[in-house]
Design a protein around this ligand. Structure first.
Ligand SMILES: *Cc1c(COP(=O)(O)O)cnc(C)c1O
Length: 799
């Protein structure tokens, strides 16, 4: 089927119309920046029209809708993705060529929509693509942050943060829908009274914030579907005329900026919750606007909420949007007059929850007093949910008070969002097999014991086409020449590539393609930093948020030990190595920033040492983001996935790198376990403790004993402590020697030995390319299309 909506001739006329009539320029004289804008406007109109047709189709069949709530969507750029997914990239390239404009030059005018921190936000973005590609009617909801994830600048080796002002340039992708605005209430008081057995609440003296939606469209590939990401911007609900008329100009405007603060900025923490009031406001703002909108949309189609649970699935992605649960209760009880049991039945059928982390500092808890004053009615509803739940735990499940206390939603003056989510949702899933097992036997064990049927797994996936078809032209062509085009729509067809594992010609082409991609990446590094890296050295990449559990410091410690070894053995054989790091640290995360400085210090020390720098080089990629990952993934050869076993819920960077043919050096953690199941352990480099070993070592782990007994580790750590290149890192040293919460020292030897094994393998390029081919061929399972299909069938019950 051909979903092409437009011919080359029409495109040309349309583009000219935008340039002339909307941007006030002429095709002959317009700058590339204006071409970018005009082309984007044309594409948005195409997307909007495709979406309109898809909506008509969806509504006429009364199809169940899925709504995906998430505080983060790390969308990256839209132009290239849209052109490829709408399958008009060649037509557009031709049209532009007629004016002497290069399409590829226009892409760089688009800023990344960085409305997320890392993996969680990128997952949401990948899912929008997969939902549309499979024609599932879906809407994502988030906040239209004026400032996305900060821009990272490395100054003298230290991370500094600059505001990410993405709207000039990014705004063209947003379609405002002011007529769909929703009012959200904060603060105030609640009065309750009874009238003939009817319970009434009167909520008054609240502050109103208006949520205005902006839609971003994501087309599916070769499909009818379009997903919509509805982003809410906070504005004050009109001007406070009363204050203004009293002459209180300052307060009238103050309310305005209080409201606007809600959608001003994305919190730059990954896997960490600060418990700040503004963050709670953001969370309630998102869910109240979204649930309000979902109800409005449902009422417009069906005129009743009686069939709400049959036609609506709402997904809570991580605990951040948990308040959607009491918010829907509020609407059903207070606005629609349903009784508690009917309302609760609807709510528990509608919501499903995905857990993304087992780390306690990320599990959200709110101070009860803060919560009660900010959201008094929601607080009452949560208390009622909790009372009934606790009653049930005692009387239906006969649990003892220790167990009840552990499972309660409210305890010790805090409200635990994860507990509310797990007890209320009909489905709770982890994001890899291992992670889903851990939540059952660890964090949510007590819940699992009394409600095992709601626990399930959906292993994460990625928008494979973005990192292959759109970013890796050489590999795309090789796949077309060998296994055809079917994999573009059905990534499981990549397994056909396995047939070529012994084909010398194909292996040779793989090697050539990798070299070309490495050269392109080296050009970027040269252009942006002035440093020349050797495209014949192995490209070893660790790119992800900076976090102790991800153990960038294990990598750094190993590089330091290599450096010391090369100084002692200057004539030894050594595979030239380029270590590539890319990572942002949360601005308030002290040790993470120290680790960045340590890596940059090592980089500088090596760079000043002519005896070593041709063998060992470090590149620190500034401002790692989706668009940079699209350049790096096709060029990387070794994928560092070295988190402490049991800490990384899934990882998706591992999947992107595998798809580009990189081999994984990693622990048995998250989705690495399943990558090993698919490619076979012989096609990757596994090292370190398993999750069970980690568990059994807790409580009697002694990093100091390892430090004292291991000369390599001691030498590297002493250098960190005493100073390298004039910089000392006593805090990193102390942390590792005294507590080492992520057991870096324990896994060090195993990691170093496995690095040596990888280097030995790299020397045999036929063998290496064969392993690489196996990884590419088995990466189809890790496509978001597969993950979304599982959500749709097993959790949302679509079709
Ligand atoms: C995929 C991706 C991530 C997630 O990487 P992990 O290795 O899974 O932590 C983070 N940031 C960006 C920009 C990504 O594209």
């Amino acid at each position: 089927m051909n979903y092409n909506l437009v011919s080359k001739k029409e495109l040309k006329a349309w583009l000219e119309d935008k340039l002339v009539n909307e941007l006030g320029t002429r095709p002959e004289t317009a700058s590339d920046a204006l071409y970018y804008k005009a082309l984007s406007m044309v594409v948005v109109e195409l997307l909007r029209e495709k979406n309109r047709r898809f909506q008509v189709d969806t509504n006429s069949h009364g199809r169940k809708q899925v709504y995906y709530l998430c505080m983060e969507f790390l969308m990256g750029r839209s132009l290239k993705n849209s052109l490829y997914n709408l399958e008009i990239v060649n037509e557009v390239r031709d049209v532009l060529a007629d004016y002497g404009v290069k399409l590829e030059a226009l892409y760089d005018y688009e800023p990344d929509a960085g409305l997320g921190n890392g993996g969680l936000g990128r997952l949401g973005a990948c899912f929008m693509d997969a939902l549309a590609t499979q024609d599932y009617p879906a809407m994502g909801y988030s906040i239209c942050y004026e400032y996305g994830i900060f821009k990272q600048k490395i100054v003298d080796g230290w991370q500094t943060e600059l505001p990410d002002c993405w709207l000039p340039g990014g705004e063209v992708w947003l379609a405002p829908r002011p007529e769909r605005s929703v009012d959200v209430h904060f603060g105030g008081e609640v009065e309750e009274f009874w009238d003939n057995n009817y319970h009434h609440v009167n909520y008054k003296n609240y502050t109103t914030v208006r949520a205005v939606p902006y839609d971003m469209f994501v087309s599916g590939y070769n499909s009818k579907g379009v997903s919509r990401l509805r982003l809410w911007k906070a504005t004050s609900a009109g001007f406070d005329m009363e204050s203004f008329n009293r002459g209180d100009y300052v307060n009238a405007l103050g309310a305005n900026s209080m409201a606007e603060a809600i959608s001003k900025i994305l919190y730059p923490n990954d896997n960490h919750n600060e418990g700040k009031a503004l963050r709670l406001r953001q969370q309630y703002f998102l869910v109240a606007a979204s649930v309000g909108d979902i109800v409005n949309r449902h009422m417009a189609t069906y005129g009743t909420l009686d069939n709400f649970a049959d036609k609506v699935a709402i997904h809570i992605n991580d605990t951040h949007p948990t308040l959607a649960i009491p918010e829907l209760m509020r609407i059903l009880l207070d606005d629609c007059g349903y009784n508690w049991d009917v309302a609760w039945n609807t709510v528990t059928r509608v919501f499903a929850y995905t857990n993304h982390t087992v780390m306690s500092e990320a599990l959200e808890k709110w101070n009860e007093d803060l919560f009660a004053s900010l959201l008094p009615r929601i607080y009452q509803i949560i208390r009622e949910i909790n009372n009934r739940f606790v009653y049930d735990l005692y009387n239906t499940y006969h649990l003892d008070c220790g167990r009840v206390e552990e499972m309660a939603i409210i305890s010790g003056r805090t409200i635990r969002m994860a507990n509310l989510c797990v007890m209320a949702c009909h489905s709770v899933n982890g994001v890899s097999k291992l992670h889903s097992e851990i939540i059952k036997r660890d964090v949510f064990r007590s819940f699992y014991e009394i409600m095992p049927q709601k626990f399930t797994n959906v292993t994460n996936g990625i928008a494979s086409r973005r990192w292959l078809y759109q970013s890796n032209e050489g590999l795309t062509q090789l796949l077309r020449d060998t296994i055809g085009n079917g994999w573009l729509r059905d990534m499981s067809e990549l397994t056909k590539f396995n047939k070529y594992a012994d084909d010398k010609r194909v292996l040779g082409r793989l090697e050539e393609i990798k070299l070309q991609n490495k050269e392109a990446f080296a050009d970027y590094i040269k252009k942006t930093t002035g440093v020349s890296i050797d495209p014949h050295s192995i490209f070893d990449a660790q790119v992800k948020r900076l976090h102790e559990y991800k153990r960038q410091h294990l990598n750094a410690l190993h590089i330091l030990s290599l450096y010391q070894w090369l100084k002692a053995n200057p004539n030894a054989e050594f595979t030239p190595h380029t270590f590539i790091f890319g990572a942002k640290a949360a601005p308030g995360y002290f040790l993470a920033k120290q680790i960045i400085k340590l890596i940059c210090t090592l980089r500088d020390v090596i760079e000043k040492d002519p005896a070593v720098r041709e063998k060992l080089r470090i590149v620190y990629l500034e401002d790692y983001r989706v668009t940079l990952s699209e350049l790096l993934m096709p060029a990387a050869e070794l994928s560092e996935q070295i988190s402490l076993a049991g800490t990384e819920a899934s990882g998706t960077g591992n999947m992107k790198l595998m798809l580009g043919g990189a081999l994984t050096i990693g622990t048995y953690d998250g989705a690495n376990v399943e990558i090993a199941e698919h490619v076979g352990e012989e096609n990757m480099f596994i090292f370190g403790m398993r999750a069970e070993e980690v568990e059994s070592l807790k409580g009697h782990y002694s990093p100091r004993a390892i430090y004292n007994g291991n000369r390599t580790i001691k030498a590297a750590l002493d250098a960190i402590n005493k100073g390298i290149g004039g910089n000392a890192f006593p805090d990193i040293y102390q942390s590792l020697v005294n507590s080492d919460p992520y057991m870096v020292l324990r896994d060090f030897d195993s990691y170093a030995a496995t690095q040596r094994k990888a280097m030995a393998t790299y020397a045999d390029q036929v063998k290496w390319q064969q392993m690489s081919l196996r990884n590419i061929a088995e990466s189809g399972y890790f496509c978001a299309d597969r993950a979304i299909h599982e959500y749709a069938q097993n959790i949302w019950n679509l079709r």
